[in-house]
Write a protein that binds this ligand. Structure first.
Ligand code: SAM
Length: 259
């Protein structure tokens, strides 16, 4: 029998790895184009590359021109990807980003060490409040640079506060001093804020109330076997009669059914 060449061996190895990922539920298709590839290395953020295909599917199939709500914006990476895809597919929907920019550390829940809690990872040179402002300013700068022509609305609030504000009057002013009408509904909601079950559930319930029929919800970090509360919630909603799972790449994209 002929020996396999190094290329045949590599190809077999790649196929084996893909199969293992499929079994583990972490397999995904990456549809990032050149602009998104540049964005992902220039704009700090935490986007899973699989989300790009989810955003693309949702944006191409939005039920109307209602805004898209993003919960959890960090430095604007996902906001810029969504704004870019809206331009690419000729859609006029506005993006609304919501984030309190209160930066939590990795050990917050397990430590009472004042130094750690005051400074970023205990570095006395980097104060946490300054760091949170730095990330917020990064969001503003990154979106002004990459999404100038369809600049997102942005609110420095938790999602709970934001949904309460929407019930509070005719219009609310964003960080850029632009007024957002409060009677709005959404065509898509991207849930990427606090990943704990109770928080994600409230985000889902509030989103559901304002989501148009045929609209989309994407849960970040909701792949199979993820331990996040938001993943458990997304799996539950999969069997919800009001929603249909349209994509798992590996995060879950759901569509609100038309009644
Ligand atoms: C995983 S990051 C978001 C990543 C971002 N989408 C990106 O493209 O890189 C989670 C964000 O959620 C924000 N966050 C935490 N609790 C929140 C809450 N209750 N409401 C809204 N955002 C929240 C955090 O400040 C953080 O910036």
């Amino acid at each position: 029998m002929e020996k396999a060449t190094i290329f045949e061996y590599m190809s077999l190895r790649r196929k084996g790895l893909e199969l293992a990922k499929m079994i583990a539920g972490t397999h995904f298709t990456d549809t990032s184009d050149e602009f998104i590839n540049w964005l992902l290395v220039s704009n700090a953020g935490m986007q899973h590359r699989g989300n790009v295909a989810c955003f693309e599917h949702a944006i191409k199939n939005l039920p109307n021109d209602y805004p898209i709500l993003e919960i959890g914006a960090h430095a604007g990476q996902s906001a810029n990807i969504i704004c870019y895809l809206l331009r690419k597919f000729g859609k006029s929907n506005q993006v609304v980003s919501v984030d309190p920019w209160i930066v939590r550390g990795y050990k917050d829940e397990q430590t009472s060490d004042a130094t750690y809690l005051e400074n970023l990872a205990g570095d006395p040179e980097v104060n946490r409040v300054d760091f949170a402002d730095f990330i917020k300013d990064s969001y503003l700068r990154n979106t002004e640079f990459f999404s100038k022509s369809n600049l997102p609305y942005v609110f420095r609030n938790t999602s709970d506060e934001f949904f309460s504000l929407l019930k509070s009057g005719d219009g609310i002013m964003d960080l850029r001093n632009r007024e957002l009408k409060t009677d709005l509904r959404f065509s898509m909601v991207y849930i990427d804020g606090n990943h704990d079950y109770d928080f994600a559930k409230r985000d889902f319930e509030n989103a559901h109330e304002r989501l148009a029929e045929g609209g989309f919800i994407l849960f970040d970090d909701s792949e199979d076997h993820s331990n996040f509360g938001c993943a458990q919630l997304a799996r539950e909603i999969e069997s919800h009669s009001d929603y249909t799972l349209v994509m798992k790449n590996p995060n879950r994209l759901l569509r609100k059914n038309k009644s």
